[in-house]
Design a protein around this ligand. Structure first.
Ligand SMILES: NC(=O)c1ccc[n+]([C@@H]2O[C@H](COP(=O)([O-])OP(=O)(O)OC[C@H]3O[C@@H](n4cnc5c(N)ncnc54)[C@H](O)[C@@H]3O)[C@@H](O)[C@H]2O)c1
Length: 433
C-alpha cells in the first residue's frame, strides 16, 4: 500500500514541524481528514494549541474542531509519523544572509525519526538547491537511510498571505515537487486531500524552490519601482497615487503601490536568491537595488516629516508625533521586521517625541523586539500624525478625528504612508508616498 492510501486509512500519520503562520493551518486542514502530529519546539505555543488557541491569532478555536491532531514539543513523537511536513522559519541574519539554523535543526529532528518508506516535504521558503544540498544530507546522516531508495523528499512552497481570508491554504493552487516520479505522485495526491484549488506538479525540487522565491522577488522589485517613483514625484510635487490612478487606466499597467516592505517574506526571500546567485558568480543588480530602495523607505518617510516640521517652524526637540500602526502590514498582529520601526527610530534620532498606537500589535512583543512601546490612548497635542499601516479601523478616521489628535497644535502635519486619506484632507498639511 502506498503512503497516500495508508494516510487515508489512518495506518500512517502525517506530522507538521513548526506550527506558525504556515504550519498550524496546514496541520489543522490535514487533521480534518487524516491523523496528524503537530510538533513545535516552543512548548508554550504548543500548550496554547492544545487549548485550541492559535498563538498568532490568525485562527479561532472553531478551526480546531473536528480535527485528529496531537500537539507536542517532544521530538520523539515524530517517530509515530511517516509523512513529515517542515514549515519552520527561514530568516536572514544581520548581514542579510540566509539563516538556515531552524530548517537544518528541523531536518535533524526529522532525520532521527525517519523510517524506511517515509516522506519529508519542505514548505519553508529557501533558495533553489537548498533541499537537495543542505537538507537531504542531514536527513540521510541522522537516519542512516538513503534518499530515493529508503525515503522520499518533496518541496511544496507555501503561498498564504497573512491577514488574507480569501486566499487560504485550500483555495490557492499548491506547487508540489518530489525527488522522483513516485514521490511527486504521492505528494501531489496527499496535498490534493486538502487543497481544493488543486496542485501544480513542478518538474524538480529546484524548480519549485525557485518558483516560490521569484514570486516574492517579483513583488519586491515592483514595489521598489513604485517607491523610487514616489521619491521622484515627491521632488516634482506630484502625488504618486494620482499618477498611478491615471496610469492604471491602461490595460497592461501593473497595479503595484509604494509602501514599507517588512515582514518575513517579501523583504527577506530575495536575499536568499541573491546569496545563491553569488555562488554562481552572478551579483544581482536589480534584485539588490530593489532591496536597497525598499529597505530605505522607513528612513526616507521620517526625513520627509522632519523637513516639514522644520519648514512649519517647529522646534524639532519639542515636536510630538503620533505613529498609527506598528505591525509589518495591515490587519495582522505580526510585528517581525516591521519597517515602521525604522520610521520611529529615525524620528527619535532627530530628538522628536514619538507615541505609537496599534489596534492589533502586542505591546509586550513590541518592547521585546524594538526599543519602543505602545501607548493605550493617543493624546491631543501632536505636531504630526503618521498613519504608517492601513489597518481597517483607520479607514474610519475623518479629518475631524485627526484634528482632535492635533487640537493644541498650529500647522499640524498628516503623513499618510499608504495614501488612504488622499483627497479627504483639506485643512491639515498632508503628505503621502
Ligand atoms: N507567514 C507567511 O505568510 C508565509 C507565507 C509563505 C511562506 N512562508 C514561509 O514559511 C516558513 C514558515 O514561516 P512562518 O511565518 O509560518 O513562521 P513562524 O515564525 O510563524 O512559525 C514558525 C514556527 O516554527 C517553530 N520552530 C522554529 N524552529 C523549529 C524547529 N527547529 N523545529 C520545530 N519547530 C520550530 C517556531 O516555534 C514557530 O512556531 C518560512 O520559510 C516562511 O518564509 C511564510
Amino acid at each position: 500500500m502506498n503512503i497516500y492510501d495508508k494516510l487515508l486509512k489512518k495506518d500512517a500519520v502525517l506530522s507538521v514541524i513548526g506550527l506558525g503562520y504556515v504550519g498550524l493551518p496546514i496541520a489543522l486542514e490535514f487533521a480534518k481528514k487524516i491523523k496528524v502530529v503537530g510538533f513545535d519546539i516552543k512548548a508554550d505555543r504548543v500548550e496554547k494549541m492544545k487549548n485550541k488557541i492559535d498563538p498568532n491569532n490568525e485562527l479561532c478555536s472553531e478551526d480546531f474542531n473536528g480535527t485528529d491532531i496531537y500537539f507536542t514539543s517532544n521530538p520523539e513523537d515524530l517517530k509515530k509519523a511517516n509523512f513529515h511536513i517542515i514549515g519552520v522559519p527561514t530568516p536572514i541574519n544581520n548581514y542579510n544572509l540566509p539563516d538556515l539554523t531552524p530548517v537544518l535543526s528541523a531536518s535533524e529532528a526529522v532525520g532521527k525519526a525517519l523510517k524506511k518508506g517515509d516522506y519529508v516535504v519542505y514548505e519553508s521558503t529557501v533558495y533553489p538547491g537548498c533541499t537537495e544540498e543542505d537538507c537531504i544530507p542531514i536527513l540521510e546522516k541522522q537516519s542512516g537511510l538513503k534518499c530515493g531508495t529508503d525515503f522520499k523528499v518533496g518541496y511544496s512552497p507555501e503561498r498564504i498571505n497573512p491577514g488574507d481570508k480569501e486566499h487560504t491554504i485550500t483555495t490557492i493552487v499548491k506547487v508540489v515537487s518530489g525527488n522522483d516520479d513516485v514521490a511527486l505522485e504521492n505528494i501531489a495526491k496527499t496535498y490534493e486531500l486538502v487543497v481544493k484549488a488543486g496542485v501544480h506538479k513542478a518538474p524538480s525540487l529546484k524548480v519549485a524552490e525557485a518558483a516560490k522565491i521569484i514570486e516574492n522577488t517579483q513583488r519586491d522589485v515592483n514595489i521598489a519601482l513604485m517607491n523610487e517613483l514616489s521619491i521622484i514625484f515627491n521632488r516634482m510635487n506630484i502625488n504618486t497615487y494620482d499618477v498611478l490612478e491615471a496610469a492604471g487606466t491602461k490595460w497592461n499597467f501593473l497595479k503595484f503601490f509604494p509602501g514599507l516592505v517588512g515582514g518575513h517574506c517579501i523583504g527577506v526571500d530575495p536575499y536568499y536568491l541573491v546569496y545563491k546567485a553569488k555562488e554562481f558568480r552572478y551579483h544581482p543588480q536589480i534584485i539588490n537595488s530593489g532591496r536597497f530602495v525598499n529597505d530605505s523607505m522607513g528612513f526616507y518617510a521620517a526625513k520627509q516629516l522632519v523637513k516639514k516640521l522644520i519648514a512649519a517652524g517647529k522646534n524639532i526637540l519639542q515636536s510630538k508625533i503620533l505613529v498609527m500602526g506598528a505591525t509589518f502590514k495591515e490587519n495582522v498582529t505580526d510585528i517581525r521586521n516591521s519597517k515602521v520601526a525604522d520610521v520611529i527610530c529615525e524620528l527619535k534620532s532627530y530628538g522628536t517625541h514619538v507615541d505609537v498606537v496599534d489596534p492589533y500589535a502586542d505591546s509586550k512583543e513590541i518592547e521585546e523586539e524594538y526599543d519602543f512601546s505602545l501607548i493605550d490612548k493617543p493624546k491631543n497635542d501632536y505636531d504630526a500624525v503618521v498613519v504608517a499601516v492601513n489597518h481597517a479601523p483607520y479607514y474610519e478616521y475623518t479629518e475631524e478625528d485627526f484634528k482632535k489628535l492635533m487640537s493644541k497644535t498650529k500647522q499640524p502635519i498628516l503623513v499618510d504612508i499608504k495614501g488612504i486619506f488622499r483627497n479627504k484632507i483639506n485643512n491639515i498639511q498632508y503628505w503621502s508616498f
